[in-house]
Ligand binder design. Structure first.
Ligand code: AMP
Length: 550
């Protein structure tokens, strides 16, 4: 082999974005919505605090490879941990604050977290669980020292205050240890609804490359002129990698802490005028209703990234037509860092049905991500936009093995990740997710896409949420049952919905039954929890059922 003569040993580590924060973009800002109003800090100031934090981690006895947990909202201190922990060679383990107690107990002990940094507002929640954590030696409570009562600290054994910890170490540049780019930097567990959560251990290299991809125009397209409102939690897949990408790009970060309701978000958007926003469809839907009602000005947002579950076409359309906001769909998983596909169809200037059909797909694989579809026989499926198979992906920011868990090895297929999503890919390489493999409905031997059916039901103006599940059927094996949350005070009936669907889907896709429910149950990361709906159906406790007469 004739080796290249480039600086291939330059390590792709988070030291580089930290260096850029300090030296290249010291004036970019992190803006946090706090109890008392907005808190601002420049990247230059934050880099200096990261140095102090790095020193303080040493004082707590954190060594390279140790796992450091966070139990926190989206805020400046959490961001400081995002940088400091990996840069001292340790692993940032972001704990999902919405997991059930047993799952949290499992992941803290499985990861062997040694230190947990917790937001003051979450201390009451965490202190109920702390007794079950086996290896945690220290708790650090993050909050304003003026508000931190003794009670907050004493609830957790050996707890210290974050600001007190930082104040107790020297100021000045920190001498970071050498870190190999393949070293682990961050750990996030999947929020799967069955079995134990599985750990995805991101490396410095995978985060560096994923962040670089976020700067590409065909992906998030983040640049130093952007201000990103990051609503997607920092405890879920590194907030889609936006904090790391912002540090790299020198973009401002706007962090809403725990104020995730439509009203504070709309007020924050009007006051701070972010150019990018990122969150799941349910939050966009809430914000849309609020903005429609109150005439909020969301027009500063040029690029609203949305994913985590299928993004209803009508939601994207309403944002564009009524608020001048482009909602772009992306697809990914905890296992894929998460961004793997991004939907940005060619802009022709005409936003007709064909354009919106393309926008409603999950998009093209972004550079360095490869995709294929595999059928039940293990054969590859053609990219014809019709044929479906399990989506498999590979690339430098896709998981290769779960952390210390062999039970997930069947998810890997000869270097590819089996995603568990069923998809079609069209001739233009646009991926369209039709279902999770465990959610598909097989009626009379043919597949019905629950995702597509939900999309069409949610296009009805009186429908707030729709989740379609399979109902056992003697003749057809399974038939679709559609759970619907309707707009308050409207008189929407099952027959109205059938009439609405008739011109939109094949006749045999029409649901046999609707269930008008007050709310669709959600998982810890805000996805429809169809497992709970199926359990209600099986136990006979599903509310508001209306059968359609044949
Ligand atoms: P998580 O690991 O919790 O982020 O969940 C990943 C799963 O969310 C994927 O396997 C998909 O089933 C689903 N998902 C994420 N983004 C989308 C999307 N844009 N459309 C449909 N499903 C999505």
């Amino acid at each position: 082999m004739l080796g290249g003569l480039m600086q291939d040993d330059f390590q792709l580590t988070l030291h580089h974005p930290l260096h850029r924060m300090r030296s290249v973009h010291p004036h970019a800002e992190v803006i946090t919505l706090a109890d008392g109003g907005i808190v601002r800090a420049s990247y230059g100031e934050i880099a200096a605090r990261v140095d102090r934090l790095a020193r303080a981690l040493g004082r707590l006895g954190v060594k390279p490879g140790d796992r450091v947990g966070t139990f926190a909202w989206n805020n400046q201190r959490h961001f400081e941990l995002y940088m400091a922990v990996p840069c001292v060679g340790a692993v940032l383990h972001t704990l999902n604050i919405r997991l059930f107690a047993e799952q949290l107990n499992y992941i803290v002990n499985h990861a062997k977290d040694e230190v947990i940094f917790v937001d003051e507002s979450l201390v009451p929640l965490l202190s109920q669980l702390a007794g079950t954590f086996e290896g945690v030696r220290h708790y650090v409570v993050m909050g304003d020292p003026a508000n931190l009562g003794d009670g907050d600290l004493s609830a957790l054994p050996g707890a210290v205050g974050y600001e007190e910890l930082l104040a107790g170490v020297d100021d000045g540049p920190f001498d970071y240890p050498h870190v190999d780019e393949r070293q682990a930097a961050a750990l996030c567990y999947t929020s799967g609804t069955t079995g134990n959560p599985k750990g995805v251990l991101y490396s410095h290299r995978s985060i560096s490359l994923h962040s670089t991809a976020s700067l590409m125009t065909d992906a998030l397209g983040l640049s130093r002129t952007d201000k990103s409102l990051v609503v997607v939690p920092m405890f879920h897949v590194n907030a889609w990698g936006i904090p790391h990408a912002s540090a790299l790009a020198g973009a401002d970060l706007l962090l809403p802490d725990r104020f995730l309701q439509a009203e504070p978000l709309a007020t924050l958007i009007e006051a701070e005028r972010p150019s990018i926003m990122a969150c799941v469809p349910t939050i966009y839907a809430d914000l849309l209703r609020y903005a429609d009602e109150h005439g909020s000005d969301l027009s500063s947002i040029k690029n609203a990234a949305c994913g985590g579950s299928a993004v209803p076409r009508e939601l994207m359309r309403a944002y564009e037509e009524r608020h001048g906001v482009n909602v772009f769909q992306a697809w990914g998983m905890t296992e894929t860092s998460p961004v793997a596909t991004y939907s940005r169809p060619e802009e022709t200037g005409v936003h007709d049905d064909a354009y919106w059909d393309a926008r409603a797909k999950q998009g093209k694989p972004i550079p360095w991500v490869e995709a294929r579809l595999i059928d039940d026989n293990g054969d590859e499926v053609a990219w014809d936009g019709e044929s479906t198979g399990e989506l498999e992906v590979r690339g430098p920011w896709i998981v290769a093995h779960y952390y210390s868990d062999e039970s997930g090895e069947d998810r890997f297929d000869d270097g590819w990740l089996r995603t568990g999503d069923i998809a079609a890919i069209d001739e233009q390489a646009f991926v369209q997710i039709t279902d999770r493999s465990k959610d598909v409905i097989k009626s009379g031997g043919e597949w019905i896409s629950s995702v597509e059916l939900e999309n069409e039901v949610m296009a009805h103006p009186d429908v707030i949420e729709a989740a379609v599940i399979a109902k056992p059927d003697e003749k057809w094996a399974e038939r679709p049952l559609c759970c619907v949350v309707k707009r308050e005070g409207c008189s929407l009936s099952a027959e109205d919905l059938i009439e609405h669907l008739r011109p939109r889907v094949a006749r045999w896709w029409l649901p046999d039954e609707f269930a008008f429910v007050p709310e669709v149950p959600k998982t810890s990361v805000g996805k429809f929890d169809k497992k709970v709906l199926r359990a209600h159906l099986q136990e006979g406790t599903l509310q508001g059922r209306v059968r359609i007469s044949a």
